[in-house]
Design a binder for this molecule. Sequence first.
Ligand code: G3H
Ligand code: 13P
Ligand code: ZN
Length: 310
Amino acid sequence: MLVNTKEMFKQAYDGGYAVGAFNVNNMEIIQGITTAGAKRRAPLILQVSSGARKYANHEYLVKLVEAALEINDLPIALHLDHGDTFELCKSCVDGGFTSVMIDGSHHSYEDNVKLTRQVVEYAHDHGVTVEGELGRLAGIEDAVNVSAQDASYTNPAEVQDFVERTGVDSLAIAIGTSHGAYKFKPGQTPQLRFDILEEVSKRLPGFPIVLHGASSVIPEYVKMINQYGGEMPDAIGIPEDMLRQAAGMAVCKINIDSDLRLAMTAAIRKHFAENPTHFDPRQYLSPARALIQELVEHKITKVLGCENKA
Ligand code: G3H
Ligand code: 13P
Ligand code: ZN
C-alpha cells in the first residue's frame, strides 16, 4: 500500500528503529529494493530526486513504484528528495507522491520557514507529509553544492520554533553526515554529533528526525570496483554502529543513495571483467539488481532494525 510517512514514523519512533529511504532511478533499483523489503517484511521509503525525475521521468517512476506495490504487499512511501521549490513539491503532490521534502536549508532561517510553511499547507491539504531541513550538510545536493566550509551543524535552539511555525512532519538535521562517497578525509576518524541529536530530541519529544548522507560507503564495494578496473580514491562513510545508535534514538528515516550506486557499479564492473564478450543488458543488470537486494537486506537487518515491522 502506498502510504505517507505519518504512521510509519510513529511506529519507528516508538519501536526504536529507522526506515530506510532509498533513492530510485530505474526499474532494476526499484525491483532490488522492494524485493528485499518484501523478503524481510520491512516498510520502505522510495525517494526520487529532481535529478532522478529528469533522468527517468515522473510518470515512469510512479508507475514502476505502483507495479512494485502490486507485486509486493508492503507499506511504501513515495517521497520527493531535496525538493527546492514550492512548484516542484506541488507537482509531486499532484502527481501521486505521498511525501515530499522541501529543502530550504540554503535560505535564511526566515525564508526557510516561509517556504516550508507554504509547502506544508498545500501538502497537508492533500494528505501528503512533509520533511524540512535545518542546518547544512557538506557534499553535493541536487541543485545545491554545499562545500565543507559552508556546512553547518543544526542549532538545537531553532528546532522547536521551526517545527511549530512550519508544521512539518519530520526534520532533517546536520550532525556530521554528508552526501556522496567521500564523507571524511583519508585517515580521519568518522564522528557524529550525537549530543546535537540528543538535544534536538529533548526539545522535540516524539518527533521524527531524518539523517541524510547516511551511506556507509561499504568498503567491500569500493574494493570490488577498484579490483575490476575502477579508480576510486579511498572513500569513508558513516560507520554502521553509529547509524544503529541513531536509529535507536529519534532518527526514524535514514537516507541511502551512494551505497546503492556503489553496489550497482561494483556488480556491473565484476560482470564485465569476468564476461568481456557480453553485451545483453539483462546479463549485467541482473547481478546489479541482485547486489542491490543483498545490500538492502543487509541495511534492514543489520543497520535499520526494521525487519518484520511491515
Ligand atoms: O542527496 C542526493 C541524492 O544522493 C540524490 O542524488 O541528485 O544525483 O539524484 P542525485
Ligand atoms: P548518501 O550519499 O550518503 O547515500 O546520502 C543520500 C541522501 O541523503 C539522499 O538524500
Ligand atoms: Zn540528502
